[in-house]
Design a protein. Structure first.
Length: 114
C-alpha cells in the first residue's frame, strides 16, 4: 500500500511485508501472523515509539534479535539499536514531542533568512 492511497490522518502508516524464510514459505502460518502483527503495531506508532518498541522486542529475542527484527520490520539495524539505547537512557523527551528540543530543521531565523 502506498502513502498516497491512505485516507487522511494515516499518511505515515506503511505496512512492511516480512521477507523471512518462515513468512515466504508459509504466508498463513503462525510465524507469519505474528510478524504481521508486529508490523501492524509498529506502523501505528510515531517514529520514537516505534524505535523503542522495536528495541524492546529485539532485546526479548536475545542474540541476533536486532538482525531478525530488521528483516521482519524493514527497519534499519541502527534504528533498532538506537531504540535499545533509548530504553536505557534517563533523558526523557517532553510530553507531546517525538524528539528532544533542538532536533529537526533549524528555524528560518537561525538560517539568517527573514
Amino acid at each position: 500500500m502506498l502513502n498516497r492511497d491512505l485516507p487522511p490522518g494515516m499518511a505515515n502508516r506503511i505496512d512492511h511485508e516480512c521477507t523471512c524464510e518462515s513468512c515466504v514459505t508459509d504466508a498463513s502460518g503462525r510465524v507469519a501472523k505474528n510478524h504481521a502483527r508486529i508490523n501492524s503495531v509498529l506502523s501505528d506508532l510515531n517514529e520514537r515509539e516505534a524505535r523503542r518498541v522495536a528495541g524492546l522486542i529485539a532485546d526479548s529475542l536475545g542474540r541476533g534479535g536486532v538482525v531478525e527484527l530488521s528483516r521482519v520490520t524493514g527497519m534499519s539495524r541502527t534504528t533498532i539499536a538506537r531504540g535499545q539505547r533509548e530504553l536505557d537512557e534517563t533523558d526523557e523527551v517532553p510530553l507531546g514531542r517525538a524528539r528532544k528540543p533542538g532536533g529537526g530543521r533549524p528555524t528560518l531565523e537561525k538560517k539568517g533568512r527573514t
